[in-house]
Design a protein. Structure first.
Length: 414
């Protein structure tokens, strides 16, 4: 990270991207951070501090690409909370030391809320070195831990984290939210001001286009049902697997409706445990689907479920949401109506929003969907997905970074 100064035709100052997840890691966060880093590298010197070891894909190497520096990192399984917490703390400390060594006044460091200790390290290092810092807010802590039932809202740990957040938000120069619902909880912190907030939603990685149901779809053929309900992706602590299974139980005597489940995380382990005990005839599991098969898998279902626990508003936004719209499928979202994805569903007529914890409402929404003509809703979904465009998002990220390189204080957006 020694090279510094102005590259011909470019704004002075380099950009450092600090992320535990980066290619070859296959996660959504890794893909998002790589997209941003590569876009910025077209105009600036970019160094990535990555916690994901291994060879980079060919698309991430060569002239005009970021320079990636591997930072030692050992990730424990999500269920091993204590070991995972210690590993993530050690990783954040290593990032902090690397930033102290490499940052210069006027540089910009960009990070994300995974792991949750990382933004504190980034904000502190940037402040000490006279650099500027920006955070992409995927999850708001400790709120997400409270939502998952891992912390009590008035516990000492939650109080300490909120106090640390106040200091962090005071030190950060920009906070990029992926949901409109994040602004209210952010402004509850004394260190946070509206001019620091920039809303840049995530985007669909699949090309938005209507995709009709194919009877020979290999995933769909695992079920005999006329109407297939899908669930995919990571099910973490913020998701509710039980509501999905209970809805399937309520619908088990309706042979026209079947459930196609594929994903990973603690929630899917719970679903498999429930199915082992109940052996519902309308539930089928599929092994984790690779990126090359994602489009085929997403087009296998008539309807997709995104099942959150209560109090999701302002805490988390489902990245899978945009690809479901891109393939022209309606969704049933389990969440409060003021959450970002719920707002998008209601504003655009893209499906149903049901109350967290109400499996009966979820089952009723699925019944309604199975009896509806989904053509108009599919067209609206594709149209909505087209607005969540990668190039639009990348230009917005580049605009924020350029603004920070010129001035540490962002102007108020109108």
């Amino acid at each position: 990270m020694q090279r510094q100064g102005k590259i011909e035709g470019k704004i002075e100052g380099k950009i450092v991207v600090a992320s535990q997840h980066y290619p070859p890691d296959p996660s959504t966060t890794a893909a998002i951070m790589a997209e941003i880093a590569c876009r910025l590298a077209g105009e600036h010197e970019v160094v990535v501090l990555s916690g994901s070891p291994g060879a980079l894909p060919a698309s991430q190497t060569g002239p005009g690409k970021p320079r990636v520096v591997a930072v030692k990192n050992r990730m424990a399984g999500k269920a091993a909370l204590v070991r995972r917490g210690l590993s993530e703390l050690l990783f954040a400390l290593r990032i902090f030391i690397a930033l102290l060594r490499g940052l210069r006044r006027g540089d910009v460091v960009l990070t994300v809320t995974a792991p949750f200790m990382l933004p504190y390290a980034v904000a502190a290092a940037a402040w000490l070195k006279g650099a500027r810092s920006a955070l992409i807010l995927h999850d708001l802590f400790p709120d997400v831990l409270v939502m998952a039932g891992l912390l009590k809202p008035r516990s000492v740990v939650a109080g300490v984290m909120r106090a640390a957040n106040g200091l962090m938000f005071r030190g950060l120069n920009a906070v990029i939210t992926i949901g409109r619902d994040a602004e209210a909880p952010l402004l509850g912190y004394t260190g946070m001001t509206r001019n620091k907030i920039r809303f840049i939603p995530n985007w669909a990685t699949l090309v938005p286009a209507a995709r009709p149901l194919a009877p020979d779809n290999p995933f769909r053929k695992t079920l005999q049902a006329r109407f297939v309900v899908g669930l995919s992706g990571n099910l973490g602590f913020t998701h509710d697997p039980d509501i999905v299974f209970e809805a399937a139980r309520l619908l088990k005597d309706e042979p026209d409706i079947g459930f196609l489940l594929s994903g990973w995380g603690i929630g899917f382990e719970r679903l498999k445990q429930l199915q082992t005990e109940a052996n519902l005839p309308n539930v089928r599991f599929v092994a984790r689907v690779e990126d090359a098969e994602l489009e085929t898998f997403l087009t296998a279902a008539d309807l997709w479920i995104i099942p959150y626990r209560k109090d999701v508003a302002g805490v988390s936004v489902p990245s899978r949401f945009y690809n479901l719209l891109a393939v022209g499928r309606p969704v049933v979202l389990v969440s409060e109506p003021e959450a970002e994805a719920a707002l998008t569903v209601v504003e655009n007529g893209l499906g149903w929003v049901v109350t967290p914890g109400r499996a009966d409402q979820l089952a009723d929404a699925i019944r309604t969907a199975s009896r509806s003509d989904g053509g108009a809703m599919a067209a609206r979904a594709v149209k909505a997905a087209a607005r969540f465009d990668r190039n639009v998002a990348m230009n917005a990220y580049a605009g924020v970074i350029d603004e920070l390189l010129r001035n540490p204080v962002l102007s108020e957006q109108r």
